[in-house]
Design a protein around this ligand. Sequence first.
Ligand code: HEC
Length: 135
Amino acid sequence: MSPLRILVTAAFGAAVLTGSSGCSSTSTSAKATKTSEEVMEAGFKGKDPALKGADTVAGRIRAGTATDADLKLMVELTRQLALNKPSKGDLASWTAKTAALHAAAKDLAAHKPGAADLWKEAVNCKACHSMHKPD
Ligand code: HEC
């Protein structure tokens, strides 16, 4: 699936989910309900530095011990990440990185063969942070 197709699918899904509840705008463009920081807190940021991230959803995916609930949560977190705009770095890079991450999460949740390798490649913390994480 092309990154564009993934984005369109994600945007459509969000528009359906948000519906028109409490929203006076007629725009159907999807808006993130979680900031990138909140996404990192919820799925990537370890609470205990000694565990080196093993206590996070991303850590369990890395270790191969993620539950279906973990994978479902990661699909949603990466969808939110892709809906956000980067506060640093260019949008094309952000879009490519977050679309790849979201696609890999969906493959993991669907237990597709090769999903773990795709995820490993896409979840490069340093590659994304060096481009997009504000100091
Ligand atoms: C696709 C991009 C991307 C990937 C991949 C990514 N991050 Fe992040 N991360 C961000 C951005 C953007 C921020 C800055 C959010 C902000 O403060 O606005 C961030 C911030 C963080 C923070 C600081 C959050 C806070 O409370 O201020 C932690 C911790 C973190 N990431 C951990 C990780 C780890 C661990 C991984 C890899 C397993 C990872 N991230 C992968 C984009 C990414």
